[in-house]
Design a protein around this ligand. Structure first.
Ligand SMILES: [Zn+2]
Length: 188
């Protein structure tokens, strides 16, 4: 109810209004798309990449998706959000991805926020906050900087616990593996 009122208000009155919804009401569609983003994050973890997944949705359909592949692709820009935007751009044959929602398991970084603004994504829903590099209100609030001429609705916290557990267990596993490697190297 609150969300629909908010959209009506935005559409009718003020395109320039900066909106951040900390306790939004998510619906079944939101949950379904975030579940897919989490599935993609697990795929990243299976490849020993930091587990982040993203899907881009337009008119209730996924038009692009991706997971973090920076190591596999030797590409520092291959974050889940960028992969999803590239995938969607190819699918729509358009570099502008208007009227879309990005669902991502971790708060986007400054690079991804820049790309989301270039793409004209309308709404970003993220699961876990990233206190170190999150650019949607945690480390900085680049996505809602008044210097942009495009405004993005930001909603956070959907399935946050699941997403942060995925990331913390990934780093726990990686630390344990590194410990083992060190032990092995001292033995040899
Ligand atoms: Zn990023």
């Amino acid at each position: 109810m609150f969300k629909s009122l908010l959209k009506i208000f935005l559409g009718a009155n003020n395109q320039n209004l900066v909106v951040s919804v900390d306790k939004p009401t998510f619906n079944d569609d939101d949950r379904q798309f975030m579940r897919r983003a989490l599935e993609l994050a697990r795929q990243a973890a299976d490849n020993n990449e930091v587990p982040v997944g993203a899907v881009l949705v337009k008119s209730g359909k996924i038009i692009g998706e991706g997971c973090n592949q920076s190591i596999i692709q030797s590409d520092p820009t291959a974050h889940a959000e960028i992969q999803a935007l590239r995938n969607a751009g190819k699918n729509l044959n358009n570099y502008r991805l208007v009227d879309t929602t990005l669902y991502v398991s971790l708060e986007p970084c400054p690079m991804c926020v820049g790309s989301l603004i270039h793409a004209r994504v309308s709404r970003v829903v993220f699961a876990a906050s990233d206190l170190k590099t999150g650019a949607c209100g945690s480390a900085l609030n680049l996505i809602q900087d008044s210097s942009h001429n495009h405004r993005v609705i930001v909603e956070k916290g959907l399935m946050a616990e699941e997403a942060s557990q995925l990331i913390s267990s990934f780093f726990r596993r990686r630390r344990a593996e590194k410990r083992l490697e060190r032990q092995d190297s001292t033995k040899n």
